[in-house]
Design a protein around this ligand. Structure first.
Ligand code: AMP
Ligand code: MG
Length: 689
């Protein structure tokens, strides 16, 4: 979208006509076009203001200038109010609700009566209070002593904006209750009049020529200079300030999410986990005295010690695939948004009893995207096509195959239930419901769901960055000449590819010889660029085991002797605040340790929460005796519904990793598995490979 060119701010009023002479506590507006302010405008009542706004929108949109329109009253009420009144959490439904009920004339309006009427629905002591009229209104308390509010007193943003008034107070100095009630209907009518051209912040993506934004000048501005009317001065200042803000700063201020309550522009939103605290150096410490740690205890420790480290950002749907959601996603729109027909056929009202029926067929039809403009009277039918919104008067649809059409009538056989072959509005997802939860990695199916419920962007975490280092004097790069005693580096390509499949960004740190200086430099760089480091090789306690030696030197090595096969001790440590998984050099052990330990730990750091891989009990196609005291993972695959294991358990057999399609997990105790006994098979796919 092009940047905004015109900024107009409006200081609203909930009261009556303020007369011909410009004065305070009236409606004031000021336009800044291409950076230059036009003299503030005095608008003595809302009818004039509404016309003035419509003219402004008309003028700016037809001149092709994007318009930013700020209003100084809440665009929403505290949580729960919209649903209690309208049955929907959608704030714009609440706008319509008020628009349908508010009567507004320059000298009188029904706002106190409506407040009383609303209160009476909730027991007659709240949520609204204060009555600006002389006559009493049933249910509307004048003072706060008998007042009871069934809803939260404040919106989330009002807890952060010190000095703001609640939208429940209808009268008294500074009260905004009347302004909201008298403002929302005007905004609703403008949205309707300029349908498709206005987006309401923060509920809708600002991808239209006009944006309606909630502002609150007193958030940043103090008293007006001598001789100026405060309201007039404030709208001018705010318009100038916003117009001169660099577009990226404005975009940052606009980047909030506040489903139903709305937000005040400029109040900083507290988001969870934006800057997570650094991990502690001793975060991998095992309880003292433990010798061989059972796998489950090791996992519980990782789960307990690690947390999300990645920041949050607004991401358009086109870039959201594979990203981790940072917040629950609330449906903006129901799916389906309105009742529609599931089949091609004929629609009519109600249920149809048993027997033969003939019904007159109306002219016209309803098709997907092309609604029928009219009402279908009871006892009449209308041609409807799959996906068409059900017209007024249609509840039930009969399949075209079950109908004879002749002489503008249809004939068919009952019975038919009311609602047959029709989809109810929101039967899949209702607006306001949580469509996807925080921590989810967005799938292709999620993109369909997000689109259907009206989301164009999501709050997502930046991908976790994983650095991979191979260590060992014996390693050469595949493709290079390998001398005697040398082997090709098999771990690095595998580990980089695994991290990539898990949805992380990868940093290839190459091969490092068994040399402490070189390894130290590599770890420094890796810690600078990545969130987590995977090394392979050199993790035991031998002379050439420099990974463990360096971590030891840094005072941050934990040797986890985990009771599992295949696996050597897992060296866990921190390097300049970045967790290091010192994996065994052996590729089989390196892969198993990555899947079992590093995978869930990295998922947690990436903001996904803790995931246990989904396994399945299948009959064994093999026999095996296993000693107690450690957990075993066998390279396995399923054929004809039975789990086969690789013919050798040798930990150097890389071909077995490649042959396998998953792991068979055998629990810690003693076991004698015979063919046909159930074993737990975890497909590679369950780990995210
Ligand atoms: P280490 O953990 O360094 O003692 O290595 C254990 C075994 O794994 C040795 O046989 C190494 O040669 C082998 N190894 C270490 N790193 C790799 C690697 N990147 N690719 C293939 N084999 C490796
Ligand atoms: Mg080595």
């Amino acid at each position: 979208m092009t940047p905004f060119r015109t900024f107009a701010m409006v200081d609203w009023s909930g009261g009556n006509d303020t007369g011909p002479t410009p004065r305070k506590d009236a409606i004031w507006a000021c336009v800044v076009r291409d950076g230059n302010a036009v003299e503030p405008v005095y608008l003595r009542n809302r009818a004039l203001a509404e016309n003035w706004l419509a003219d402004l929108i008309e003028a700016e949109t037809s001149a092709g200038r994007r318009l930013f329109l700020g209003f100084d009253f809440p665009f929403g009420y505290p949580r729960g109010f919209a649903r209690a009144l309208t049955g929907s959490d959608d704030p714009l439904t609440l706008w319509d609700w008020f628009e349908a009920r508010i009567e507004d004339a320059p000298k009188a309006n029904n706002r106190f009566d409506l407040a009383g009427e609303i209160n009476r629905r909730f027991g007659g002591r709240g949520p609204f209070w204060a009555n600006g009229l002389k006559r009493d209104i049933e249910g509307l308390p004048r003072r706060k002593d008998t007042y009871h509010n069934p809803f939260p007193d404040r919106r989330a943003v009002e807890h952060l904006a010190k000095g703001s008034f609640t939208c429940w107070q209808m009268a008294g100095a500074g009260a905004v209750g009347s302004q909201v009630m008298m403002g929302l209907p005007v905004l609703t009518r403008l949205c309707r009049r300029f349908a498709g051209q206005v987006a309401v912040w923060p509920y809708e993506a600002l991808d239209k020529p006009v944006a309606f934004v909630e502002i609150w000048p007193s958030l940043t501005l103090g008293a007006a200079p001598e001789g100026r009317i405060k309201d007039a001065w404030q709208v001018e200042q705010v318009a100038l300030d916003l117009a001169h803000l660099p577009p990226e700063d404005l975009a940052r201020q606009l980047d909030v999410s506040a489903a139903e309550e709305g937000w005040i522009l400029g109040v900083k939103q507290n988001r969870p986990d934006i800057a997570p605290p650094p991990l502690r150096n001793d975060c991998f410490a095992l309880p003292a005295g433990v010798n061989w740690t059972p796998v489950d205890d090791a996992l519980a420790l990782l789960r307990d010690r690690l947390g999300p480290v990645t920041g949050v950002k607004t991401v358009p749907l086109g870039q959201a695939l594979g990203r981790v959601l940072a917040q629950d996603v609330v449906a903006k729109r129901s799916n389906p948004p309105q009742p529609n027909t599931a089949v091609d056929g004929y629609g009519f009202a109600g249920a149809i009893p048993d027997g033969e029926h003939v019904m007159p067929l109306l002219e016209g039809r309803a098709a997907a995207g092309i609604p029928f403009d009219g009402t279908v009277p009871p006892g009449n039918a209308l041609r409807v096509l799959t996906g068409a919104a059900l017209p007024e008067g249609v509840e039930t649809v009969i399949l075209e195959e079950d109908v004879t059409v002749q002489d503008n009538h249809i004939a068919f056989r009952g019975p038919l239930k009311r609602g047959a072959n029709a989809r109810k509005a929101g039967e899949d997802v209702k607006a306001g419901e949580i469509a996807l939860t925080a921590g989810r990695r967005v799938t292709p199916a999620d993109l369909a769901l997000l689109s259907a419920v009206g989301l164009a962007e999501v709050q997502a975490r930046r991908p976790l960055r994983v650095a991979v280092v191979s260590t060992g004097d014996e390693l050469v790069e595949p493709g290079q000449a390998a001398g005697p005693g040398q082997i090709f580096d098999a771990n690095r390509p595998m580990l980089l590819a695994m991290a990539d499949r898990f949805g992380f960004d990868t940093v290839d740190m190459g091969r490092i010889a068994d040399d402490r200086v070189a390894l130290r430099a590599a770890l420094d760089t890796a810690a600078d660029t990545a969130d987590v480091i995977l090394t392979s090789g050199g993790a035991s306690a031998g002379d050439e085991d420099h990974v463990s030696a360096l971590l030891q030197e840094a005072g941050a090595l934990q040797e986890w002797r985990i009771a599992l096969k295949p696996g050597r001790p897992l060296a866990l440590g921190m390097w300049n605040g970045t967790p290091v998984f010192g994996l065994p050099g052996n590729p089989v052990a390196a892969m198993v340790c990555t899947l079992i330990f590093a995978r869930p730990a990295m998922g947690l750091m990436a903001g996904e929460g803790w995931h246990e891989p989904q396994g399945f009990d299948v009959p064994a196609a093999f026999e095996k005796r296993k000693k107690p005291g450690r957990r075993e993972y066998l390279r396995a695959r399923v054929r004809d519904g039975r789990a086969e294991v690789f013919h050798s358990e040798g930990s150097g057999r890389i071909s077995g990793l490649s042959w396998a399609e998953g792991l068979v997990e055998i629990e810690d105790g003693e076991r004698h598995i015979r063919p046909g006994d159930p074993v737990r098979f975890i497909p590679y796919g369950s780990f995210g490979l």
